[in-house]
Write a protein that binds this ligand. Structure first.
Ligand code: EPS
Length: 359
C-alpha cells in the first residue's frame, strides 16, 4: 500500500508479508531510485529531487523484523508548494505553486475522470495522486522484493526495447531531441526478465492466482502503461500451434521460451519475460485542447514543465512491479515468517522436484 501526492510532503509505503531476518541494503534501494530518476527525456523536476528512502518501522539494524516495513521518500519540491499542498488549512495569503485552482483537465491524464468521480472542483485534487511521481516509492518497495528474491537466486532486470518507435540507443536520443524541439512527447516499450525462477510460482487454480494475470495487473497499474504481454504475447495469436509452444526436453528444459516462463498461470522454470507498452506522456509543452470546467468555455492546457519521455524510468518501475509480484508468489509458496524457513522450503522443494538450483 502506498500513499503520497506528487507535490505533497512525502511518498510513503507500508510493505507487509516480508519475512523476518532479511538484511536490506540502503545503497541498493537508493541506487534503484537513482536509476528511475535518470533517463534522457526526464523533466527538470528530477534535478530537484534526491529520492533517498527513510525507514520508519519494521527494520532494526538493517534486518527486517517480520513486522510491516514503513518507507518514506520526502518530496524536496514540496517547499515550493507549502501553501498549495498543505495537508491542513494553510495560514496566510495564498502563495507559491498550487495556490490557484486548476480548472482545465489535461487530455490523457486522470484529470477529467478523477474530477467527476470524486466531485472535486480543483483538478489538482485528482492529478496530484494520479501522477507518476508515486512510482518512486514503488521502486523502493521493488528493491526490497529483489533483495528477498536474491535469497533464492532469482534476479529481475528491466530494459528498454523501444522509444518513440526506435529500437537503437542513437534512435532513442534522436527521437527524444526531435520531440523536445516540437514540444511533444513519446512513449515506448520495456521488457522485464526474471532469471532463476523455480517452476510452480502462481497457480492455475483460480483466475486471481494466475501469475500472468497478476503481472499484467501490476504492470498495467503503472501510470501511462496501455499494453502488457507475457512472452511472445500478441505475436502468438498469428502463429500455428506447432510454432507457438515450447517443447519439453528430457531434462524438462525448453529450447524456446515463447510462453515467457509461464504456462497455466504458473512458472515453468524458464525465465519469466513480460513487456509493457507506455503511451506518449499526456503532459505536452504544446497545449492540447480542453474545456474549462468552471466556465464551460473551450481552452488550452498550459504546462510549465514535463518529461519528453520516461521510458527508461518505466523499465525500472516495471522491474520493481514484477519483482514485487514474484516475491509475493514466492512467499505464498515458501512461507513468509522467517527468512531461514523461506530459504529452507525453497531448497527442499527443488530437491523434491529434482530441479538444479543453478538453472
Ligand atoms: C508527472 C509530472 C512531472 C514529472 C512527475 C510525473 O512532475 P512535475 O509536474 O512536478 O514536473 O516529473 O514525475 C516525477 C516527479 C517523478 O519523480 O517521476 C505526472 O504528472 O505524472
Amino acid at each position: 500500500m502506498t500513499a503520497g501526492e506528487s507535490h505533497g510532503p512525502a511518498l510513503v509505503a507500508i510493505l507487509t508479508g516480508l519475512p523476518a531476518g532479511l538484511r536490506l541494503d540502503r545503497d541498493a534501494i537508493d541506487d534503484d531510485l537513482r536509476r528511475r530518476r535518470e533517463g534522457y527525456g526526464r523533466s527538470p523536476r528530477q534535478k530537484l529531487e534526491r529520492d533517498e528512502v527513510e525507514v520508519l518501522a519494521g527494520l532494526r539494524h538493517g534486518v527486517t523484523l517480520g513486522s510491516p516495513l514503513a518507507l518514506v521518500i520526502h518530496n524536496k519540491d514540496h517547499v515550493n508548494w507549502e501553501w498549495g499542498m498543505s495537508p491542513w488549512p494553510p495560514e496566510g495569503e495564498p502563495t507559491g505553486k498550487g495556490s490557484s485552482p486548476v480548472t482545465l483537465p489535461r487530455p490523457g491524464h486522470a484529470d477529467l475522470a478523477g474530477t467527476l468521480k470524486f466531485g472535486h472542483e480543483d483538478v489538482r485534487n485528482a492529478l496530484e495522486r494520479a501522477s507518476a511521481r508515486q512510482t518512486a516509492i514503488q521502486v523502493a518497495a521493488g528493491a526490497v522484493a529483489k533483495r528477498l528474491l536474491g535469497e533464492i537466486g532469482v534476479t529481475v532486470a528491466g530494459t528498454v526495447l523501444e522509444i518513440g518507435g526506435e529500437t537503437s540507443e542513437d534512435g532513442w536520443q534522436r527521437a527524444t531531441d526531435d520531440a523536445r524541439v516540437d514540444r511533444d512527447t513519446l512513449g515506448g516499450v520495456v521488457e522485464v526478465r526474471a532469471e532463476g525462477v523455480p517452476p510452480g510460482l502462481g497457480s492455475y487454480a483460480d483466475k486471481g492466482d494466475r501469475l500472468d494475470a497478476r503481472l499484467a495487473a501490476a504492470l498495467m497499474g503503472i501510470q501511462a502503461v496501455k499494453g502488457v504481454e507475457i512472452g511472445e504475447g500478441f505475436a502468438l495469436a498469428g502463429k500455428r500451434g506447432s510454432e507457438a509452444h515450447d517443447e519439453i526436453e528430457p531434462d524438462r528444459r525448453r529450447t524456446t521460451n515463447r510462453a515467457g516462463g509461464i504456462e497455466g498461470g504458473t512458472t515453468n522454470g524458464e525465465p519469466v519475460v513480460a513487456r509493457a507498452a507506455m503511451k506518449p506522456l499526456p503532459t505536452l509543452m504544446r497545449p492540447l485542447r480542453s474545456v474549462d470546467l468552471a466556465s464551460g468555455e473551450p481552452g488550452e492546457v498550459l504546462v510549465e514543465r514535463s518529461d519528453v519521455q520516461a521510458v527508461e524510468a518505466l523499465a525500472v518501475v516495471a522491474e520493481a512491479a514484477v519483482a514485487w509480484e514474484l516475491a509475493r508468489a514466492a512467499t505464498e509458496k515458501f512461507g513468509g515468517d522467517a527468512l531461514v524457513d523461506f530459504v529452507g522450503a525453497h531448497a527442499a522443494y527443488l530437491e523434491r522436484i529434482r530441479w538444479p538450483s543453478t538453472r
